[in-house]
Design a protein around this ligand. Structure first.
Ligand code: FAD
Ligand code: SF4
Ligand code: SF4
Length: 475
């Protein structure tokens, strides 16, 4: 334990948990950061200056009580630190691992602003909850009293699961429907194990089951079961289906063998991490020259997966430059260490393909005038095209919502012009009475921590809705 409780940032430098060396970690799908040792976690927590107005907290979407759990960690009161941390966050160990902290809590830490290097909030949050699991402090949220009302949740990603946890703790009967064979959404089949190991997600799902949440898996709502049937079976419904329509490219060669979509590629790789028997069907990078197109977190996950599968080379094409890419700088640095080459200011014009893809026709770009948002627009440099050889080209161009009103036959479900569901920003109520919506299907592709926040808020709103006299009387 640190000798002096807090404000140690003046004497002690910022340290993150040790990263496994790139040459070792790039052969497996285990997480790349080691756990803090107990003394190190306490030391790093003690760097916090216990701000009266903690900007870290106001920039955490869950408004986690960060200064308090840092102080408790620094003084060795780990169980209390865990209690405070889990009071505002359903899955703190998951956020500690995969939140882009540099843009949220840590990016707003005042000691960083004064040049001392931010407190390592995410790593401490992960440490506290991993220790809580080790010590048996994380227990299923079984309710004190059962209630008769039931809620149907469509989508078992972080938004749906956070709501399921809160509603079950309140005693409601909760059923979660998902079209995949495992719960977890993108935590399970999108995000690779080197960022978030699969057992970290599965033990949460098991606890929800132990608390009495029912899972109906392999159930594609709209095909296997209608949305109306779900509404008919439950007193309230929550839509938490995420965004899964992958953006395509209208270019010559799209559709050729070896030109694949990012989520198909990542899902198959994640299934392998579970030990599933899978037919790789052109979705394996081993022994191939791989080109990934895109500059977001999905592209970063693809390039690093390809390295681990044994690609002979991995290049990432992005149409803007490093400073203007949407992906996390931490993940770019990790990818570079592992052997990925970034080709900035480069966009695909098409693909050269015979029986299968042979190369990507790359057009060189430059940054032009800023658009309405102030971001410089990429412009093509004519006559500078070249061919980048490739045996596997992965498109990571982003995701859009599916057309749920049409797919589910509910035109009254209001959507925005982008196709996301229209929902009240605080209660998450949709245009249909008793139907709520959270996470990416409302926000567009976003972050796990926002989906958790939405799920928790929607659970509160559903409890209020079910407490209304007319609804309670109908029970
Ligand atoms: P999802 O997690 O997408 O879950 C939706 C669930 O609904 C899925 O299980 C799906 O099968 C199910 N579903 C959909 N339609 C139906 C239907 N008709 N019937 C039944 N079930 C249905 N965020 C971060 O914070 N950090 C990261 O590092 C990060 N990395 C990412 C990497 C990748 C490759 C991707 C794609 C996203 C990443 N994100 C990351 C974003 C994050 O995963 C999402 O913002 C978050 O998972 C959204 O949660 P959700 O609950 O809204 O939806
Ligand atoms: Fe930071 Fe995310 Fe944890 Fe909030 S939930 S404290 S943003 S790591
Ligand atoms: Fe501590 Fe930084 Fe938060 Fe201030 S902003 S309370 S120093 S973690």
């Amino acid at each position: 334990m640190a000798k002096e409780p807090m404000l140690q940032f003046v004497k002690m430098a910022r340290e993150t948990p040790e990263k496994r060396p790139a040459n070792l970690r790039s052969h497996d799908f285990h997480e790349i950061y080691r756990e803090f040792a107990a003394a190190k976690a306490a030391e790093q927590a003690s760097r916090c200056s216990q701000c009266g107005v903690p900007f870290c907290q106001s920039h955490c979407p869950l408004h986690n009580n960060i200064p308090d759990w840092l102080r408790l960690t620094a003084t060795g009161r780990l169980q209390e630190a865990y209690e405070i941390s889990q009071a505002t966050n359903t899955f703190p160990e998951i956020c500690g691992r995969i939140c882009p902290q540099d843009r949220l809590c840590e990016g707003n830490c005042v000691i960083e602003q004064s040049g001392h290097g931010t407190v390592t909030i995410g790593a401490v949050e992960k440490y506290i909850t991993d220790m809580a699991w080790e010590n048996g402090w994380v227990t299923p949220g079984r309710p004190m009293h059962e209630r008769s009302e039931s809620v149907g949740i469509i989508g078992a990603g972080p938004g749906g699961l956070a709501a399921a946890d809160a509603l079950r703790r309140a005693g409601l009967q909760v059923t979660v429907y998902d079209r995949y064979d495992r719960a977890g959404g993108l935590l399970t089949y999108g995000i690779p194990g080197f960022k978030l190991e699969k057992d970290v997600v599965m033990r949460r799902v098991e606890q929800l089951e132990q608390a009495g949440v029912q899972f109906v898996l392999n159930c594609n709502v709209g095909e296997d079961l209608s949305f109306d049937a779900i509404r008919g079976q439950h007193d309230a419904v929550l839509i938490a289906t995420g965004v899964y329509k992958q953006r395509d490219l209208a270019a010559p060669g799209v559709g050729s063998a070896g030109v694949v979509q990012a989520l198909d590629y990542l899902t198959l790789s994640n299934r392998r991490s579970f030990g599933d028997e899978v037919d790789a069907d052109g979705l394996d990078a081993s022994g191939k020259r791989v080109v990934v197109i895109g500059g977001g977190d999905t592209a970063m996950d693809c390039v690093r997966t390809a390295i681990r599968q044994g690609a002979t080379s991995v290049k990432c094409l992005y149409r803007r430059d490093r400073a203007n890419m949407p992906g996390s700088q931490r993940e770019v640095a990790n990818a570079e260490e592992e052997g990925v080459e970034f080709v900035w200011l480069a966009a695909p014009r098409g693909f050269i393909a015979g029986d299968a893809v042979e190369g990507v026709i790359v057009q060189k770009m430059r940054l032009g005038e800023p658009d309405a948002s102030g971001r410089q627009m990429p412009e093509v440099i004519e006559g500078a095209d070249y061919v980048e050889p490739a045996d596997l080209a992965i498109m990571a161009l982003g995701f859009e919502p599916e057309d749920l009103p049409t797919l589910w036959g509910v035109p009254e479900l209001a959507v925005t012009r982008w196709g996301t569901i229209k929902a009240d920003f605080r209660t998450h109520a949709t245009s249909l009475p008793g139907v709520y919506a959270v996470g990416d299907i409302v926000r567009g592709a976003s972050l796990v921590v926002w989906a958790i926040r939405d799920g928790r808020e929607a659970a509160d709103a559903i409890l209020d809705y079910l407490a209304q006299p007319a609804i309670a009387a109908a029970e």
